[in-house]
Design a protein around this ligand. Structure first.
Ligand code: OOB
Length: 535
C-alpha cells in the first residue's frame, strides 16, 4: 500500500508550530476533550436523532470497535459516502479513533468516481447508507466492489445502528498530529478528481481559526446544508469547526428553502453556508415564508462567485449578514470578516485565514502583478497541501518548485489583502459550486460511436452560474442529444457531470483546431455560442 504523506519543509513546519497554528492535536483527541468538557451539550441533531457530545463519542467508539472486529488496520483507507445525517460524524470519528483514513466522497458520486477513488486510495472498505433520495447505494456498492479487487468490506450504517450489542472498546491507536488524517477530493479541474491528503495539524488549524473568524462558541448552532463531505461545510468552519467550538451541528438533508427554513426555525440555527444559486433561492423564498428564521445571524456564501448585486440583498431579504468564503479543498480559505464594512463584504471574496498564508498573484510569465490587477493566484501556507496523493503528473503541474499551489483562479488583491475572484485559468466548469473537468466529460463522450470529436465548454448561466455545453461533431448520422446524455449517465457518472446542453456542429473552426490547444478551441466555441445567443 502506498504511504500517505503530506510534508512541509522543516523550516516552515517549525515556524507553524512556533506560531501556535499546529498544536499537536488530533481529530479524535479534540472531540474526546470536548466531550469531557461538555458531555451533556447537544453535539448533533438530524432526523429523529439528537446526540450529546457524550453520545457522539460513545457512538464513534462503537464504530471503532466494529472496524477493529472486521480486521481493519490503522492506516487502512475507507471510502465514506454518506449524506448529511448524524451518523456521518459517528462513522468518521470512529474511523479517526481507530486510526483509519476516511476517503470523503459525495452522495452524488457514482460507479466511475467511486471506483477511481477506491483504486487511487487502495481503499479496503466502503461505508454507505442503504438508501438516500430514492437511490439504492447497495446496488452501487455491489458494482463498485466488482470493479475494485481490494475493496473487501462493505459497511451499511443502517445495519450497524440497529445492532446495539455493546462490544469492548478498542485500545487507543497511536496517531501523530503530523500524520495524514483523511483524503479529500479535489474539484478535478483536469481529468478525474485527485486525492488530497490533509494532516491533523493542518486541518485542525484551518477549522479552529475558521470557527474563531466566524465567532462560533457554545451558543452557536451551525447547520450543514451543502453535502457535508465537501470542504466548505466540513471545515469552513463547517461541522468540524462547530464541534471544535462546542457548538451544535444540525444536519440538513435537503437544501431547499422549505426544508432548511423549517430546521432553522426548529433548532434556532445561527449560521450556515450555501453556494450562490441556493442563496438566490433562499432570498426569493424568504419573502413569503411563514417560518421564523430570525435566529440566523450569518449566511456564508462560497464555492463559486457570488455577484455583488446578490450579496447586497442578503441582509434585507434574510435578515442576516453575508460572509463570502473563497476556498479550496487543497487548502487556502478566504473570508470576509464579520466586522468588515458592507463594501468589502459585498464586493470581495475575503482575505486568507492565516497571517502565514502566502499569496502570490502573477502574470503569464510568473511575475507578480500590482495590487488591483488580475493575475493567477498561487499560494502556500500552514494548511495548504504540498502534493496530491499518488499522482506525480498532477503534482508536477499543480505545484511550483518552491512549493506554491497553482489554484487556477484569476484574482486581484486590494492593498489591504482582500481578494476578488475575476475568473479562472483552467478549463473546468463551476456548475453551482460543483467543479466539472471539461476533459473528463469529453473523454466519456468520445467513447460513443457516433461522436467524432467533442469540446465541453462552460456557458454563463443565470441560475447555475455556469452550465456545461458539449459541442459535438457527429460521426455519420447525428445521434440525439438525449441519447448522448443518457450514455454519459450510464457510464456511471455523477448526475451533475451530465452535459446540460449538447450542440451539434459540422466541424471545429480550423483556426481554432490549428492551434491544437483545447483551451483555445473551447474559448472560441464559447465566444461563438454567446454571440449567437445575443443575435
Ligand atoms: C470550494 O472548494 P473546491 O475544492 O470545491 O473548489 C475550489 C475552487 C476555487 O479554486 C475556485 O475556483 C472556486 O472553487 N471557488 C470560488 C469561490 N469559492 C470557491 N470562486 C469564486 N468565489 C468563491 N467564493 O469550493 C470551497 C472550499 C472551502 C470553502 C469554500 C469553498
Amino acid at each position: 500500500m502506498l504511504e500517505l504523506k503530506q510534508q512541509w519543509p522543516e523550516e516552515r513546519a517549525a515556524r507553524y508550530r512556533a506560531a501556535g497554528y499546529w498544536r499537536g492535536e488530533t481529530m479524535w483527541g479534540f472531540l474526546e476533550r470536548r466531550a469531557a468538557e461538555i458531555p451533556d451539550h447537544v453535539a448533533v441533531v438530524g432526523g429523529k436523532q439528537r446526540w450529546t457530545y457524550a453520545d457522539l463519542v460513545r457512538k464513534a467508539k462503537h464504530y471503532a470497535t466494529k472496524f477493529g472486529a472486521l480486521g481493519l488496520q490503522p492506516g487502512d483507507r475507507v471510502i465514506v459516502q454518506l449524506p448529511n445525517i448524524p451518523e456521518f460524524l459517528s462513522v468518521v470519528f470512529g474511523l479517526f479513533r481507530a486510526g483509519l483514513i476516511p476517503v470523503f466522497t459525495l452522495p452524488a458520486h457514482r460507479l466511475t468516481e467511486i471506483t477511481h477513488f477506491a483504486a487511487k486510495s487502495e481503499a479496503c472498505a466502503y461505508i454507505i447508507t442503504a438508501m438516500h433520495e430514492g437511490f439504492d447505494y447497495r446496488v452501487l456498492a455491489a458494482q463498485v466492489q466488482a470493479h475494485s479487487p481490494v475493496l473487501h468490506h462493505l459497511i451499511v450504517v443502517d445495519d450497524v445502528e440497529n445492532d446495539d450489542q455493546q462490544a469492548a472498546d478498542i485500545p487507543p491507536v497511536d496517531v501523530r498530529s503530523s500524520d495524514v488524517a483523511f483524503l479529500q477530493i479535489s474539484g478535478g479541474s483536469t481529468g478525474l478528481s485527485k486525492l488530497i491528503p490533509r494532516t491533523h495539524d493542518d486541518y485542525i488549524y484551518s477549522f479552529r481559526a475558521s470557527a474563531e473568524i466566524c465567532g462560533l462558541d457554545e451558543t452557536s448552532v451551525y447547520m450543514a446544508t451543502l453535502p457535508v463531505a465537501h470542504n466548505f461545510p466540513m471545515s469552513s468552519p463547517g461541522v468540524f469547526g462547530a464541534l471544535y467550538a462546542g457548538s451544535r451541528v444540525v444536519m440538513c438533508t435537503s437544501p431547499t428553502a422549505e426544508a432548511s427554513f423549517a430546521l432553522i426555525e426548529q433548532e434556532r440555527v445561527t449560521i450556515t453556508g450555501l453556494v450562490p444559486p441556493l442563496a438566490l433561492l433562499w432570498m426569493q423564498a424568504a419573502a413569503t415564508t411563514q417560518r421564523d428564521i430570525s435566529s440566523l445571524q450569518i449566511l456564508q456564501v462560497g464555492g463559486a462567485k457570488f455577484i455583488p448585486e446578490a450579496a447586497s440583498r442578503v441582509k434585507a431579504t434574510l435578515g442576516c449578514s453575508v460572509q463570502q468564503v473563497f476556498g479550496m479543498a487543497e487548502g487556502l480559505v478566504n473570508y470576509t470578516r464579520l466586522d468588515d464594512p458592507d463594501d468589502i463584504a459585498i464586493n470581495t471574496q475575503g482575505r486568507p485565514i492565516s497571517p502565514d498564508d502566502e499569496v502570490l498573484i502573477v502574470d503569464d510569465m510568473g511575475n507578480p502583478v500590482p495590487d488591483g490587477e488580475p493575475g493567477m493566484l498561487l499560494t502556500r501556507g500552514p494548511y495548504t497541501i504540498n502534493a496530491y496523493h499518488n499522482d506525480e503528473a498532477a503534482n508536477a503541474r499543480s505545484f511550483t518548485d518552491d512549493g506554491y499551489y497553482r489554484t487556477g483562479d484569476i484574482v486581484s488583491r486590494s492593498a489591504d489583502g482582500y481578494l476578488t475572484v475575476r475568473g479562472r485559468a483552467g478549463d473546468h466548469i463551476n456548475r453551482s459550486g460543483e467543479k466539472i473537468s471539461a476533459e473528463e466529460i469529453e473523454d466519456h463522450l468520445l467513447a460513443h460511436p457516433s461522436v467524432l470529436d467533442v469540446a465541453v465548454v462552460s456557458i454563463p448561466d443565470p441560475y447555475l452560474g455556469e452550465r456545461s455545453c458539449a459541442f459535438v461533431i457527429p460521426r455519420g448520422e447525428k445521434p440525439k442529444g438525449t441519447v448522448l446524455k443518457a450514455f454519459v449517465r450510464l457510464r456511471g457518472l455523477a448526475d451533475f457531470k451530465v452535459p446540460d446542453q449538447i450542440v451539434f456542429v459540422d466541424a471545429f473552426e480550423t483556426t481554432a483546431v490549428g492551434k491544437t490547444s483545447r483551451k483555445f478551441l473551447r474559448e472560441t466555441l464559447r465566444e461563438q455560442f454567446l454571440k449567437n445567443v445575443e443575435l
